[in-house]
Write a protein that binds this ligand. Sequence first.
Ligand code: ADP
Length: 584
Amino acid sequence: MRQDEDLAQPEAGGRAVGSFETERVARREAEAAAERLARLQSVTAALSGARTPDEVAAVALGVGIDALGGTRGFVLAARPGGTLEVLRCVGVTEDAARTAAAPEPGGPAWEAFRSGAAIFATGDEPFRDGPEAARAPGRMAALPLAIEGRALGVLAVFFERARPFGDSDRAFALGIAGQCAQALDRARLLVAERVARAEAVTARRRLAFLDGLSAHLAETADRAEMLDGVARLSVLALGEWVGIYVQNDGGGFALAAQRGPPALGAAVDGHLKRGAIARIERKGGCGDITVVDDLAAVPAVVLVPLTVRGRSLGALAVATEDPWRTPRAEDIALLADVAHRTALALEHMRLLDEANAAARAREEFLHVASHELRAPIATLGLTVDLLRRDTRNRDPAATERRLRVLERQAARLLGLSKTLLDVSRITAGRLDLAREPADLAALVREVAARFADEAADRGASIAVDAPGPLRCELDVARMDQVVSNLVSNAVKYGRGAPIRVTARAEGARAVIEVEDRGIGIAPEHQERIFGRFERAVSGRNYPGLGLGLWIVRRLVESHGGAIRVRSAPGAGSTFVVELPVSPA
Ligand code: ADP
């Protein structure tokens, strides 16, 4: 580019000029116009290769400075929300360009962007670096980059020396700006299209992944298989390593399934067990989605709770190894979706297990109950036959014996029917207690005395240590049932060894102990036997429904008390009941 004066339009004014001079001016103008045209064409060519806004800014700045004869400049681009960002600077600090882009106090660059009109400052103020340069220098052109009234940015060029801007000069500058604006618009569209295409691909992949996951969850009935499938599908879509922690009965978290590099898995698992998972275990379940980013091996591990209706079932852990895959909001939303579906599947399996167990228990109960009912009914039938024969033979002693058998079997049937009724009441939540002040010690003595004969039949004695009175609020019939059940079990499982029943006050509690030296209970059964239908002996040796202790625990608990057992196999058992005593 020749110097500024070549672009300037010499004003003829009122000066008389010769034909030679007129011709010379016309020739120079024609030359300048041709050169501008050539420059505009080269600008078009240069810009056509720029594909991103950044590349456009670089080309625009280069050709803009060169074509206008400037020395420095910058390009600003509009951002959503109507602000400007600095795309590129040459010979101007970024700070200065940023100041020029700010609406406050609003320098020429901002003004050109806001108004859409070019500003040509033709004053003599020299260029100064720093914020001043951008704000109010005398020698600059601020050209809006706009398409059909849409402001896309600003091209600013600074000049070393003061220069005038004639009409064709201005038109040339605006022509360059127009070309740059078109290129910028094209580049933006290209970028937007590329982003949209990438997003569409991602969305399609996510949808396909979720479809696959749903199908897998719907098809799989086995828990381990289900969790392994979730890990296998997720590791392709979500991260480098996926682990599924499931809460076990003790409340701890166990890694139930994992996919991804084993070494990475071991590092992440070890780290989580020392930190995030350990914290969740201590709290008894997990609350929020947590991003753990203090692990050296990977940029981030996202831990998503597996919860159903506020209940914690475990956690989904995903480790991302590439920095660009550090989870964004939409990744976390997808993880939450996967975790939700997995938690629901786990819950469905749990409910199914529960329903199956309930169905099995019901069948078992019907089986045991019908067996239990058959025995006394058969005995009743047989005894009635024998009784008839005894009556014919006029044998009163035998008749008396048969009648006692009839009585015992009738009592057994009555007991069974009462037990079944209790079960249905407790299950339906209709266990109404009629509590009144009563002497628990007296009740214990009375029950023990009632079982003396039955114990004696088996060679056992019952020692009672229950000095009263022991005042409690009791449903007397129900508490009688509790103590009777425990003493009856002591007789039944006591192998004829001595039995001891005690009742005493301990502070605010009354404590009953029923101790036998019978078969005892193995430690692994000691909690279980309080469950419904739970037994620790075979029905052949010891008939029973496995309901007594279940009912006893419910009755004790509804009196505000507790029951536990101390036992060792072969050494005997002591059942301990604690109840609140009445305030004095
Ligand atoms: P059932 O006696 O009808 O089986 P329970 O609910 O009363 O039902 O008892 C549940 C189980 O607990 C019994 O089957 C037995 O295995 C065990 N059990 C209860 N009491 C004793 C005891 N005193 N000694 C040893 N085992 C006992």
